[in-house]
Design a protein. Structure first.
Ligand code: ADP
Ligand code: ZN
Length: 563
């Protein structure tokens, strides 16, 4: 198992002694405009060019596409002609084809949405012995192969003139019942494969379980294939979640990281909004003399290119960016990544933090977490694109991030890797995350009774007037200054007076996350949108005992326990 790292062709000479090696290097530098390979890319490329089957396991963002896109333009391998790529997502295929065309690679899509003319062009070309002059990569949906005999017939013709270079199966976990995304059309690919013996197959996935791997290799008849396994662990990265206070304290913590801990070194700060990027970059520059610059999708392309270049060259040390920044960057010495706001998913977190430490040197990942940000993120999901189901999935992904942040006892590395189905034992973290380093002990306690009292209280309160979650938290804690208000007569007043303020906040935020409570934006009297709280659809499940609410609380010697 190796960490993801860059390796220059020169540094890996034994991998560059094949008849096709000069072409591979040329394609990398001149066509893809990249300077080196990441872990296992060159190994997988060599396997397929040698005519072998290959199974490639790589994390999302690890660079799977290069493993088959690059060989598609190399004609000095054991096989030549067209690389057929089976991929389940139309939008992804279209993006890839557009990208490849920019690189002057002849790539096409064939799917149910193709016009008759396009289809005719593709089918005619597939009969031509010079096909690889006009068509190097053909993206096909699995349905197309399992349902269209015409397509299969054309592949046979292509095979007969010895121009079927290889068959690539992207998102290969779809073949397996054990995967999270099983597709019957993918299972049928095994039959397709068996019709073309001798044609090398490459299967790629980011799903790391052993079951999936065994299934894919078996179903696709890839016995004796080369397996390129890769741990998703990034041992040189440290992970830390920091409490998000007000803007001032957050900036102070950022300055501590940027100007003290990593003084003069390169890093990225991810923010949610363009405005925030500009604000923070400006403050860092003007008040703290840090060579920082913002980067976001609102900038003109020329400015973006310039900022990116000057950062690569080290003129700017710190880039304050939205997630628009990062696609295709290959700076090796990024020493820290800071999330000013939590990302939308753990996959995003892994990818964004993964931009640190590509050179293998120790680097830090810091994430500010405050519940207030989830309101904005939830709002963005509701307002954003996607149908009901997609939005449900997005909400679930966000919940996973909040759970990750709220979890103050399990090793961060164990949690991140578990998300990718990789087992990791805590001892191997060696104190490289905040939870492993923490001297506090936490205990998981059942807060369901508190939760029920809190929801009942909110229900009563919001009958009278619109209330915010912070008002509810104060009442629940029995804040002294509310002694003279009508709220002191509520059943819920002071129920949580023995608890830590942080734990009461956590209780309310968890209820919001799990739909026991819900927030709605309304205009207040001054004309600003304020989030008001009410009871949510899951209240009943907690009340009936079907759902429990457990919270990790810090154990202190004099902690009072709930009866
Ligand atoms: P995956 O399919 O594994 O999720 P991609 O193939 O989409 O990943 O690659 C993710 C990003 O990494 C892309 O922006 C790609 O350009 C970049 N990338 C891939 N290989 C390299 C490399 N050798 N050097 C620099 N960037 C690379
Ligand atoms: Zn740890």
């Amino acid at each position: 198992k190796q960490p993801m790292k860059m390796s220059l062709p020169e540094a890996t000479s034994h991998l560059m002694q094949h008849p096709w090696s000069a072409d591979v290097k040329n394609a990398l530098l001149k066509r893809f405009h990249l300077r080196g390979f990441r872990s296992n890319q060159l190994e997988a490329i060599n396997a397929t060019l040698a005519g072998k089957d290959a199974f490639v396991l790589m994390p999302t963002g690890g660079g799977k596409s290069l493993c088959y896109q690059l060989p598609s333009i190399v004609s000095s391998g054991r096989t030549r002609g067209v690389t057929i790529v089976i991929s389940p997502l139309l939008s992804l295929m279209e993006d890839q084809v557009a990208h490849l065309r920019q690189l002057k690679i002849q790539a096409y899509n064939i799917n149910s949405e193709c016009s008759p003319d396009e289809r005719k062009f593709i089918f005619d070309t597939l009969k031509d012995r010079k096909v690889d002059e006009y068509l190097q990569l053909l993206y096909v949906t699995p349905e197309m192969l399992s349902k269209s005999q015409a397509m299969i017939n054309h592949l046979h013709k292509l095979h007969n003139i010895r121009r079927l270079a290889r068959i690539v199966i992207d998102e290969a976990h779809c073949v397996s019942q054990w995967g999270h995304d099983f597709r019957p059309d993918y299972k049928a690919l095994g039959d397709v494969r068996r019709q073309f013996p001798g044609v090398p197959v490459m299967a790629l996935t980011a799903t790391a379980t052993e079951n999936v791997k065994v299934d894919v290799i078996h179903n696709l008849g890839m016995q004796g294939c080369e397996v390129f396994n890769q741990s998703f662990n990034r041992p040189n990265l440290t992970y830390e979640v920091l409490p998000k206070g007000n803007a001032k304290t957050v900036l102070e913590s950022i300055v501590e990281i940027v100007s003290e801990k990593y003084r003069g070194q390169s890093g990225i700060i991810y923010c949610l909004s363009r405005q925030k990027c500009e604000d923070i970059a400006k403050k860092l520059q003007e008040e703290y003399k840090v060579m920082a610059h913002h980067y976001h999708a609102g900038m003109v392309p020329q400015e973006k290119r310039q900022v990116q270049r000057e950062w690569q060259e080290g003129k700017y040390k710190v880039i304050v960016a939205t997630i628009a920044f990062g696609m295709g960057i290959d700076k090796a010495d990024v020493r820290f990544v800071i999330h000013h706001t939590i990302p939308k998913s753990l996959e995003g977190y892994y990818q964004e933090t993964g931009r640190a430490g590509r050179d293998g040197k120790k680097s830090g990942c810091f994430m500010f977490y405050g519940y207030q940000d989830t309101t904005a993120l939830k709002h963005m999901i509701d307002k954003g694109d996607g149908d009901y189901q997609q939005k449900q999935r997005q909400h679930q992904m966000l919940r996973n991030v909040v759970q990750f942040c709220e979890n103050r006892s399990d090793c961060r590395r164990v949690q991140v890797l578990a998300y990718f189905n990789e087992h990791f034992s805590r001892e191997n973290c060696k104190g490289c995350c905040d939870n492993c380093n923490s001297t506090s002990t936490f205990e998981t306690r059942d807060f369901t009774e508190y939760a029920n009292a809190a929801m009942a209280m909110v229900e009563q309160m919001q009958r009278g007037e619109s209330v915010t979650v912070h008002q509810c938290i104060d009442v629940f804690r029995g804040a002294k200054r509310l002694k003279n208000s009508d709220w002191q007569y509520l059943d819920g007043y002071g129920v949580g007076e023995d608890l830590d303020r942080g734990d009461v906040e956590r209780l309310f935020y968890r209820l919001l996350m799990e739909d026991g409570l819900k927030e709605e934006n309304k205009m207040n009297r001054a004309g600003f949108a304020t989030a008001y709280v009410g009871v949510g659809p899951r209240k009943r499940d907690f009340k009936s005992g079907n759902r429990k609410l457990k919270i990790q609380v810090r154990i202190t010697p004099n902690a009072k326990r709930m009866q």
